[in-house]
Design a protein around this ligand. Structure first.
Ligand SMILES: [Zn+2]
Ligand SMILES: [Zn+2]
Length: 342
């Protein structure tokens, strides 16, 4: 089969490799579409040290079951599906709580040593298969993974019905937070960004307010006005930029929640106003998991309340995969999500 093999820094080549053999409780999927994630770009470019080459990356997968070896009877051959890619040991306390992504033996399909979706076929554990109906397109399926983690954190922390959520950033994660916060009942969705393009994007995806931190003389004051003298109930950082992360406590109301999703670079030292967090009872949450959100998200796409496929701005064939990485390399402003179509 054809696969895009990561061979070393900035080196991804299309190669012929064997179709994987499946074992017990495993399935072989024919990949229909795969999302190209910024994380993969950072790994293949050498900036982010996760796993090692050679490996087939790709953890955002929409496929079709072509072989299956399981006691389960509810997944027929030909079943279209998405893949919940986190793999845990299955028996530790974290795994039993459904948090295999923080299991000490946790790994993920699409990260070494597990080949992923940038190939014609991929092997997955049967437990990772999330079936989808025809109402979920290949495009939507291919990028669903990038929506799952934001959704999981909002499900865990909760969006006050009629409340306010402030989101920093309008990348794919920021947009996912906007769409899901709206669905979960936020009345005010305030987006922080730096330019007009991001502002247009924010409103298109459901923001009610936009605060341009580059041009506003008093961004915090604007947020206080928008929230009628308070600040936001939930604040989400989805850029990973040090100054943005450090400003998050300024925007959250007393007793509120901060979700940290963007990952700063290893060199960044982030300072947080601990006294303020203590005396104002502000909770700070990390967000990396995604197990519980898969099925609810599929249902919300199927019933038409959530349109994730609008985030797909670029489509390539597997042979063209380096063009997708070039979009990241060149910091292309038109990119939200790129997918590989098979
Ligand atoms: Zn990803
Ligand atoms: Zn475990």
């Amino acid at each position: 089969m054809k696969a895009a093999v990561w061979l070393g820094d900035n080196q991804v080549e299309i190669k012929e490799i064997p179709i994987p053999e499946i074992g017990e409780e495993e399935a072989l999927l024919k990949v229909r579409a795969a999302g190209v994630c910024a994380t993969d770009y950072h790994i293949i470019s050498g900036a982010l040290k996760i796993g090692k080459a050679p490996n087939v990356q790709g953890h955002e997968i929409c496929g079709e079951v072509v072989k299956i070896n399981t006691k389960r009877t509810d997944i027929p051959l030909g079943q279209r599906c998405v893949v919940a890619t986190s793999i845990g040991c299955g028996h530790c306390d974290y795994c039993r709580e459904g948090k295999q992504y923080i299991c000490t033996e946790s790994s993920e399909i699409g990260y070494f040593p597990h080949n992923g979706g940038y190939a014609e076929y991929v092997k997955v554990p049967v437990s990772a298969i999330v079936p989808i109906s025809d109402k979920v397109s290949d495009k939507a399926g291919a990028i669903l993974e990038s929506t799952v983690c934001p959704t999981e954190s909002l499900m865990r922390i909760g969006v006050p019905f009629g409340g306010s959520v402030l989101i920093a950033g309008t990348g794919p994660a920021g947009l996912a937070f906007i769409m899901v916060a709206k669905l979960m009942g936020a009345a005010k969705i305030i987006v922080l960004g730096r330019d007009e393009k991001s502002q247009i994007r924010a409103f298109k995806y459901g923001a009610t307010h936009y605060v341009n931190i580059k041009t506003s003389p008093d961004a915090v004051g604007e947020v206080i006005n928008i929230t009628n003298g308070n600040k936001a109930d939930v604040v989400v950082e989805a850029t990973g930029a040090k100054p943005m992360i450090e400003s998050m406590p300024d925007y959250v109301k007393k007793g509120g929640d901060i979700i940290l999703y963007g990952i700063p670079s290893d060199e960044d030292e982030i300072s947080f106003p601990v006294k303020k967090l203590v005396v104002e009872e502000i909770s700070v949450h990390g967000a990396v998991g995604n197990t519980k959100a898969w099925y609810p998200l599929v249902k919300m796409i199927e019933n038409g309340s959530l349109n994730v496929e609008q985030m797909v701005t670029h489509e390539f064939t597997l042979d063209e995969i380096n063009k997708a990485f070039d979009l990241y390399r060149n910091k292309d402003k038109t990119l939200i999500k790129a997918i590989i179509k098979f």
